[in-house]
Structure formats: C-alpha cells, structure tokens
Design a protein around this ligand. Structure first.
Ligand code: DLZ
Length: 151
C-alpha cells in the first residue's frame, strides 16, 4: 500500500474482530478480503478472526463495542464505504461514525481501526479497495500493530 510501511508483525497471540457494513457491499467485501489476507499473513489464527456484519457504517461503532465487550478481541477493524450522494446523509454518517469509533478507542481497552472509505464517487472507492491499493491491507496490519501495543 502507498503511503505507509509496517514493521514485521506477529499476531499469533491475538484475537481480532472485524465489523463490516453491508452498504456498498461490493466494495466492503473487497476491503474485508484484503484485511483477512494480511491478518493471516501476520499469523493471526483463522479461528481468532471474528467477523460481524452491520447494515451500514453508522452501526459500526456499536458492533465494535460489542466485539470488545462480549467477544474479548484485542482489536477491531471497522470496514465501511460512504459515498457522497445528493443528501446530507454522507456528512451526518461520516461525522457520527468517525467520532463513534474514536470514542470506543478511548473508552475500552482495545484499539479500533478506522477502516471507512469516505469518497465522492464509487470509482474512487473501488480504486481504494482493489489491487495493491486495497486499504484493507493497511487496516489489518494497523490492527495487529495496535493490538500488540495493548498486550
Ligand atoms: C442511509 C445510508 C446512506 C444514504 N449511505 C450510506 C453509505 O454510503 N454507506 C453506508 O455504510 N451506509 C449508508 N447509509 C446507511 C447508514 O449507515 C445506516 O445503516 C442507516 O442510516 C440506519 O441506521
């Protein structure tokens, strides 16, 4: 992925939650694939990757909170795709989910990764969810790196 490098990460002792929104599912599915691929590369065991779906991005902070409280994960990746439309929904949901994820980070003893694409067009979102530029790769590694800080 462009713009960031990561150290070598060993996630073999970690349990990682992924909360993924179904809105713009054709894009969030690709982010999910990228995220899971790198978690496995970082030695996170398949049985220690806990997935939870939400209807949309707005519901992701609650899902992250529940993964931490009820499933005991060491970190959560929230995956969603917000595409600006003709209403104010984009602004309201983007603001709420951004603040919601930060709140969960600080309230609970587990990092929550902001894996939300906020794009003007579907093309922009797809470019960030496919090939070498699939942002799911960086978000999966960020979860492992941050979870190890909290271990
Ligand atoms: C309502 C809505 C709209 C307009 N756009 C998106 C979007 O681009 N991406 C997304 O993840 N979710 C969207 N949603 C759904 C909200 O996130 C939420 O699921 C509903 O408002 C119900 O709380």
């Amino acid at each position: 992925m462009k713009g960031i490098t990561f150290p070598k990460l060993d996630g073999s002792s970690l349990k990682i939650g992924i909360a993924v929104a179904r809105w713009n599912e054709h894009i969030t599915k690709k982010l999910l694939e990228g995220c899971k691929e790198v978690l496995l590369e970082c030695n996170v065991l398949p049985e220690n990757i806990i997935e939870l779906e939400t209807p949309g991005s707005y519901e992701l902070p609650y899902a992250a909170q529940q993964l931490i409280k009820k499933r005991g994960v060491n970190a959560v990746v929230c995956l969603g795709t917000l595409i600006k439309g003709e209403t104010m929904h984009f602004e309201y949901i983007s603001q709420a989910v951004t603040q919601g994820i930060m709140d969960i980070n600080l309230e609970h003893d587990a990092p929550v990764i902001f894996g939300i694409l906020t794009c003007l067009t579907e093309e922009q979102a797809m470019a960030r969810a496919t090939g070498d530029n699939n942002h799911g790769f960086g978000w999966g590694k960020s979860a492992v790196e941050m979870a190890l800080i909290g271990k």
